[in-house]
Ligand binder design. Structure first.
Ligand SMILES: N[C@@H](CCC(=O)N[C@@H](CS)C(=O)NCC(=O)O)C(=O)O
Length: 286
């Protein structure tokens, strides 16, 4: 039986709808996606940035269709099926599935080296450092985002206003830690080049409005109110503005009104997705 989360708008709207329409033709690389999903948006950004041909296939991952489970036993989007490398190396299973957004991002970098821009630096040290901050986003920022979003006044020891202040503070601290690592010149994490570090955070950074909508504000100081961290927050705002203005980011976003009911379920802690349950159990991102 489908979980209540399955009751989502069936397709992308706004700019993302136009992009989906352009990617309906059969292509060797199939992109099983959910228009609403930030993990999907990560992969979508990389496909768009690198102009890799893909066929967009809308999936409602809460319905767990058996044909989709055959590709990804966890039934999560994003999932891709990658083309076979060469006709002589033809696999009996024509669809070679891959899942987990960060694994797919690395795969696209390796499998499409001629597709520019490269989204990881070539220098091994800088590459490794980029991976540290990619991991930081997934293991720290996103769980803190969800602990804040899913917080309920009755939760744990620090319930009510104090509890909300605590989870808000913890989330803002992760953003500040990230912001301190941004290259001073920017505008992106590594400098002038957009990279996977920007890609992995962009979908959540462009959803910060959910805290204004449901939790009384994000808690990032307004311009001029950052005290000793003013420079850090000024740099954060410059990063966010550059990311929000990026073509790939703008074109993969749907209209806000259709995200609202989905995020309302998280904000009331009623979502039954794997992510919501993992965060509830204190397990981070599934
Ligand atoms: N760790 C996965 C997370 C993917 C994920 O949680 N996707 C959600 C949609 S945003 C999903 O498919 N949920 C279905 C479910 O929870 O049953 C990744 O990075 O790709």
């Amino acid at each position: 039986m489908p979980v209540p989360d399955a009751d989502i708008h069936p397709s992308a709207t706004g700019p993302a709808q136009a992009l989906v329409a352009k990617h309906q033709a059969e292509q060797p690389l199939k992109f099983y996606a959910g228009w609403f999903c930030p993990f999907v948006q990560r992969v979508w950004l990389a496909l768009e940035e690198k102009r890799i041909p893909y066929q967009y296939i809308e999936i409602n991952p809460y319905n767990k269709d058996p044909s989709f489970l055959a590709l990804n036993p966890r039934g999560l989007v994003p999932t891709i099926t990658s083309p076979c490398p060469s006709p002589d190396n033809h696999s009996p299973h024509s669809a070679r599935p891959l899942y987990e957004s960060t694994v797919i991002l690395e795969y696209l970098e390796e499998a499409y080296p001629s597709h520019k821009p490269a989204l990881l630096p070539t220098d091994p040290y800088l590459r490794a450092r980029a991976r540290i901050w990619i991991d930081f986003v997934t293991s720290r920022v996103i769980p803190a985002f969800h602990r804040f979003l899913q917080f309920q006044p009755g939760d744990g020891d620090g319930g009510g206003a104090d509890g909300l202040k605590m989870v808000r503070g913890e989330f803002v601290d992760t953003l500040k830690e990230f912001a301190r690592e941004l290259s001073p010149q920017g505008p992106y994490f590594l400098g002038q080049e957009f990279s996977l570090v920007d890609v992995v955070l962009a979908p959540w950074a462009t959803r910060l409005w959910v805290f204004e909508e449901f939790k009384g504000g994000v808690g990032i100081p307004l311009p001029g109110e950052g005290g000793e961290d003013e420079g850090v927050w000024e740099r954060w705002r410059r990063w966010l503005a550059a990311v929000e203005a990026r073509r790939s980011v703008r074109e993969t976003c749907s209209e806000r009104e259709w995200y609202l009911p989905i995020y309302a379920r998280y904000a009331e802690d009623k979502a039954r997705s794997e992510l919501a349950r993992a965060v509830r159990r204190g397990r981070g991102v599934p």
